[in-house]
Design a protein around this ligand. Sequence first.
Ligand code: FES
Length: 377
Amino acid sequence: MSANNPAELPSEAELAEMSREDLVKLGMKLDGVELVEYPDPWPVKGTRAEKRAERLVALWFAIAALAGLAFIGVFIFWPADYVAPSDPGYFLYSLYTPMLGATLGLSILGIGVGVLLYTKKFIPHELAVQQRHDGGSAEVDKATILAELADAGNRSTITRRPMIKATLGAGAGVMGLGLGVFAIGGFLRDPWKNSDNKESLWHTGWQPTNGEKVFLRRATGDPHEVVLVKPGDLDAGAMETVFPYRDSEKDDHHALSVALKRSDNPVMLIRLRPEDAAKVIKYKGQEDFNYGDYYAYSKICSHLGCPTSLYEQRTNRILCPCHQSQFNALEYAKPIFGPATRKLAQLPIALDEETGYLYAKSDFIEPIGPAFWERKS
Ligand code: FES
């Protein structure tokens, strides 16, 4: 409050006697506020126009509530498990994320538009002029500001509009519930429930099955074309992304296509330059994972799982574009910069003497990518 003449201030007893309206006026006066206009937007109560405005506000809050409910429903019931583009059910699966965004967005929009409309239609549009002042607040200021706030609430007429109160409560409540479901929903679902392979986080598509060799396959752009990798295929200092292939999948278009899409399959095959290969430091227990100058590392970043697609030949660094982690290809893809703290998993490879192609001697011997709860290393 600005410098006020104490003689003009009411005593505590007088304050206690004053009505809310008196306190509002007193507060404004003490704050040096001149109230120029404070018109009631609906001087005649209960008109059809007022009811129409009320219904319009309630409609937006109701939309927010319904959209919030839809968000919860989509989050819980919409088919969210991965479906390959060529498989039935892909269309519904592809709509999962857009539906989450659309329903939550509509819920937030409904609350926002409802609040804006309410402010526009029911809050008195006052015009006031106030002088600025310095200093802390005195008791009288605190009392009057509380009265002003209560008065603003009263003049907003929210107390006598049960339909708006109910729909606002429903809209905000359901939206809040939806956000709560979103936050804790991941803890309610069992990620292993319908998984055929209960160890899926520990294994990738490189895991040999039925004793069959898993070869390194190039991506040519045609998901049904099979081109395998021979040692002479890469120049020294080159890198290529490769995927697993089994002879039994030769004519299985679906399996060939899935092998290129499975998220834990991409592997960087790097052929080091001879002078760099001489400097390599190998990880203990993985000394025979390379074939000559060829080293194969999972492409899934150990930070948050982005594809570490960049290989800088000059420095032998593997770079993840998401948060700029860098891994040293000469030292078992150990992280040397950025937020990643774990090396990239190395795939053990060898040459199949019979066919002359490179193959994976086994799956990765450690989980690839970021940490997960059950992972100990
Ligand atoms: S995901 Fe690679 S640095 Fe973050």
